[in-house]
Design a protein around this ligand. Structure first.
Ligand code: 5CA
Length: 434
């Protein structure tokens, strides 16, 4: 993409309303604009990152055997009356009345919708287990939306739902999602810690939150050092028994501040780490909480009806954009991990209009392709170009000017380490294509 044509209205001033670094940087880097409290428009740069994150979430869900679908944002209140949550959910639910005076709502989650689809479609235990998911916008009328996309009112969530014949197989579905989450967050360059959690309005008796570590995170976590050093599970066979792997991750001490056992933690001595983090995922096993009142049953092996055991599994897709920035930035701006970067390379032309420089840039741009490179071909001061490129945080910068070209080199800069190297344009291309 040529920056001269790209819609990237970066801001020089730090917006006064933004209290945390990711919110400030997302506004300054022209990733989002606030539309109303807790509701954002995603500009091209922010949208590109959101899509990358969404795709990683999708790939790991599919790998674990979950199937993607799409449920509506606007739901019928009727189903929520059946589950008993319509009144419980309170003011966080945005309630809407249609022209026929029917009660509707903007979905804050989708247990009721999926349970309804399930009960009208699946009749036999032979069709189980199933894990179904979608990636869809949610609305929760939070009292205090703040921190930009980290606590929005409208936000993008991946929510998966599992259906099993009994608690033992439901536990396997839970474990599949647990492992998929470890892989998902690791692929985004994040360190995520699973914590035993409260179930809140979703309900149930087994739940884990996944907290990514960032110094500026909202919550405090205490955990065993070994948890931070555990390698990400690779080459997982999702059909195999995953319990030993899950036990390895849950057997080490880890607790959020409010559930923190001071005595137990103190016994860890030097192995205790206290850090800050952000909740990016939350998984629940809640058995028959929705299937029982809503009548989601299948015919079991002996011909009797069995109420299915369910779980639900959320990832805060739009929150992750902010969480990654909280975990990866410096004074100059964002530092995107390669896997979620909106572009791989920022190409800076130091002398637009100089024939040789323009030609060298054009050939690098063509060779790398417009999806991988953001080419700063604007007629701007070098300083402004450097500042913008650091701010938007692409993993690599290639800086091309007449002085370097006279020596046969371009400058290649690694955004994360700040390392700079003078190499030929061909070598830069070879490295960036690799
Ligand atoms: N139905 C379950 C799982 S599908 C559920 O809704 N779980 S949740 O309430 O924990 O939300 C799942 C994830 O969505 C959270 O872990 C968090 O990362 C994200 N999330 C929740 N509320 C917000 C919000 N207001 N803004 C941004 N992300 C949010």
């Amino acid at each position: 993409m040529r920056l001269s044509r790209y819609f990237l209205p970066t801001l020089k001033e730090t917006p006064a309303e933004a209290q945390i670094v990711s919110h400030r940087l997302m506004l300054r880097a022209a990733m989002v604009r606030q539309h109303a409290a807790g509701i954002y428009t995603w500009l091209p740069l922010g949208f590109a990152v959101l899509k990358k994150i969404e795709q990683i979430v999708r790939e790991e869900q599919n790998r674990a055997g979950a199937q993607e679908m799409l449920m509506p944002t606007i739901q019928s209140a009727e189903l929520w009356r059946e589950s008993g949550r319509y009144d419980d959910y309170g003011k966080e639910m945005l309630r809407i009345t249609d022209r026929h005076e029917r009660d509707m709502l903007y979905g804050p989650t989708a247990e009721e919708v999926i349970t309804d689809v399930f009960r009208t479609s699946i009749r036999s235990y032979k069709d189980l287990p199933k894990i179904l998911y979608h990636i869809q916008w949610k609305f929760r009328d939070e009292v205090r939306p703040r921190f930009g996309v980290m606590r929005g009112r409208e936000f993008l969530m991946k929510d998966a739902y599992s259906f099993d014949l009994d608690t033992a197989t439901a536990r396997h579905s839970y474990n599949q999602m647990f492992v998929a989450y470890l892989r998902t967050f690791a692929r985004m360059g994040l360190k995520a810690i699973p914590l035993r959690a409260e179930t809140g309005p979703i309900g149930g008796d087994l739940s884990h939150e996944f907290i990514v570590l960032a110094d500026t995170g909202e919550s405090e976590v205490h955990c065993h050092r070994a948890l931070l050093e555990k390698p990400t599970p690779e080459g997982v066979d999702y059909d195999a028994d995953l319990q030993p792997l899950v036990d390895e991750w849950t057997g080490l001490y880890a607790a959020a501040d409010e559930m923190h056992d001071v005595t137990k933690a103190a016994s860890l001595g030097d192995d205790l780490v206290t850090a800050r983090g952000i909740e990016v995922g939350h998984i629940f096993h809640f058995g028959t909480k929705y299937s029982a009142p809503m009548g989601a049953t299948v015919t079991g092996p002996d011909g009797d009806p069995v109420t299915v055991a369910m779980g639900s599994y959320g990832v805060g897709v739009s929150r992750l954009v902010g969480a990654i920035i909280e975990a990866s930035h410096d004074d100059a701006g964002i530092i995107w991990p390669e896997a979620v970067a909106p572009f791989h390379v920022g190409l800076i032309n130091l002398k637009v209009g100089d024939e040789g420089t323009d030609a060298a840039c054009a050939s690098l741009y063509d060779a790398l392709g417009p999806d991988r490179v953001l080419y700063d071909d604007r007629d701007e001061r070098a300083g402004a170009k450097f500042a913008d490129m650091d701010l938007i945080g692409l993993p690599w910068q290639v800086i091309v000017g007449p002085k370097g070209l006279a020596k046969g080199v371009v400058e290649m800069k690694n955004r994360a380490t700040g390392e700079r190297e003078e190499i030929s344009a061909e070598s830069a291309l070879a490295r960036l294509s690799g």
